[in-house]
Design a binder for this molecule. Structure first.
Ligand code: ADP
Ligand code: MG
Length: 367
């Protein structure tokens, strides 16, 4: 390229390459509002990206459009700057990892992994060599001849991963891959997925409705709501600076407070409690409240509170909403709070973050 007259702004050279880029991507089913509503997203090459949001927000639809299992209503999908929007699934450079129960029960682990190469007409010796290499990489080489029923849930999951990787995808797509596992195995497999992603250096796009799972796995979290992207960022950024009331509530661990200056979010572990008898004068960084719940959680105690103390002029439906405060076990032991006790909640000004209104109006509940 001509270095004297660059045609691309220099900041674009600095941006890490995108594995996947979604441009105004939209999916409209027959009726109603779009399932995916003109979303724009760049997913950095070699990163672990989690699409996160409540059921029905459009995560699977987005993933299936990337995979080529669902047509696009409008917009584009680029993989390493190549427009793949209208390519068949097999020509995209993506692969979907299906849940372990989708393995063929009558085939060995080796034949499960080699299956798509067989479909492409590759000879037995070569496809078995390739499948064995991949099984070795996921520490399953010794069990290559076993049928799925002879493997543990975690081992089946590794076979499912090897089966997805056999086509040498650039981007691996995973739709709630851990949801069928029991809680213990889920946490174990979560750690394995993360390790494999780093080892393989591939881009993973993982759909989940669990904020805990997304926080544990993601380099980048994409929080979706009603077909729109509410926020994109690292788990740390999103947890510490939720952009909207929706994100703060969905992520959990935050209180949403109505203040004269607008809605703010404060982490439940960043709020202090004072008995009402010792309360400071009311100000912008404190509120009165009454204890309505005391839950012992081991390392901490979670207190539920109602906030009756906002003047009539700013009272809204939200002023009666529950608040939570997380108190360390030691602090609670030193000064226990009782149900019904009046307290003052306070927070440091820097612990409060202004929240944008939701990007789209909440769906009106039908009576
Ligand atoms: P998520 O994976 O986030 O739970 P989906 O992407 O599956 O959500 O669905 C998003 C929205 O699109 C939902 O309202 C869902 O009912 C709708 N939807 C999904 N698939 C279809 C389909 N094949 N036909 C019509 N509507 C669909
Ligand atoms: Mg889904």
């Amino acid at each position: 390229m001509n270095a004297i007259t660059p045609t691309i702004p220099s900041n674009q050279h600095a941006a890490p390459p995108a594995a996947i880029e979604l441009v105004a991507l939209t999916k409209r089913y027959a009726q109603g509002s779009p399932a995916v509503d003109s979303i724009n997203l760049r997913i950095t090459s070699g990163s672990y990206c989690c699409l996160l949001g409540p059921s029905g927000c459009g995560k699977s639809t987005t993933l299936r459009m990337i995979a080529g299992h669902e047509s696009v209503s409008s917009g584009d999908i680029l993989l390493e700057n190549r427009n793949i929007t209208n390519l068949p699934a097999a020509q995209r450079g993506t692969a979907m990892m299906f849940q372990s129960f989708a393995l063929f029960p009558h085939l060995s682990a080796l034949d499960n992994v080699a299956f798509s190469l067989k479909m492409k007409g590759m000879g037995k010796a070569e496809r078995h060599t390739r499948a064995k290499d991949l099984l070795d990489r996921v520490a399953m080489g010794a069990l290559a001849e076993r049928k799925p029923a002879e493997l543990s849930g975690g081992q089946q999951q590794r076979v499912a991963l090897a089966r997805a990787l056999i086509t040498q995808p650039k981007v691996l797509l995973l739709d709630e891959p851990l949801s069928a596992l029991d809680p213990f195995l889920r946490i174990q497999m979560r750690a394995e997925l993360r390790r494999w992603q780093k080892e393989l250096g591939l881009t993973f796009i993982h759909v989940t409705h669990s904020q805990e799972e997304a926080m544990a796995l993601a380099d980048t979290m994409v929080v979706m709501n009603h077909g729109l992207i509410e926020q994109v960022g690292s788990p740390h950024e999103i947890y510490n600076r939720p952009a909207s009331e929706f994100v703060a509530r969905f992520m959990g661990g935050h209180n949403v407070l109505d203040t004269p200056a607008g809605k703010i979010g404060v982490r439940t572990d960043h709020m202090q409690l004072t008995p009402a008898s010792q309360a400071a004068p009311e100000g912008p960084h404190n509120q009165r409240a009454v204890i309505t719940d005391v839950e012992y959680q081991g390392t901490y105690v979670l207190l539920g509170l109602q906030n009756p103390g906002i003047s009539q002029s700013v009272q809204t439906a939200h002023t009666t909403a529950e608040l939570s405060v997380m108190v360390s076990e030691a602090a609670f032991a030193a000064r226990p709070y009782a149900l019904g006790e009046a307290v003052q909640l306070s927070w440091a000004p820097e612990a409060a973050h202004r929240l944008q209104a939701e990007r789209c109006a909440p769906v009106t509940a039908t009576a």
